[in-house]
Design a protein. Sequence first.
Length: 209
Amino acid sequence: MTAKRLALVCLLALVISEPALAHSPIKGIGNFYNGLLHPVLVPAHLLLLLGVGLFWGQQAPRKIERVLGAFALATLLGLTAAWFSIGTGMETFVLMLSASVGLLIAIRPKTGLLWCSVIALLAGFFLGSDSAQDELSGKDKLLTLFGNAVALYLLPLYAMALADYFSKKEWQKIGIRVIGSWIAASSLLVLALSLSTESWQGKIPSWVE
């Protein structure tokens, strides 16, 4: 399978994924591992985590030290909101932000510490607050959110390390920018699909359901 076909298959998988199913826990693997896998199984979350990590990898290391702290704090605030079921339904904002970050990766403008911090704060809060699983409560919900916290913090670090590793040569930097454009395009496609699905659901007569 060629690289283009593989990219197309991945893109289609993201587009046709059902958000409602992705937010449901997987039976039989435990609450912590449910939380750990949750960001990987939700296309919107995975796109933003990958985008944020690659974006950080394009920045200066000293700048990222402060940004990581802001991201961790915002993620904890978002997970706290998820615990109290406040600010749910943030997936649209997650996709909008991932599309914006993807464009920034592709364009690669000079981004100051302030804007890097703003992106980190928004990403952390959106991802954390959209991680709630209403089917769970008490200890089960706490373990799931703890797994979310671990995954949400570690996944962008891997993407950041990948971007930093492939930044030694000019053609490698171009490759990272191409991935950024794919992230932006995929985010917009998933966003358009989710919005169109919501609009069609509102038009379906009750007797059909």
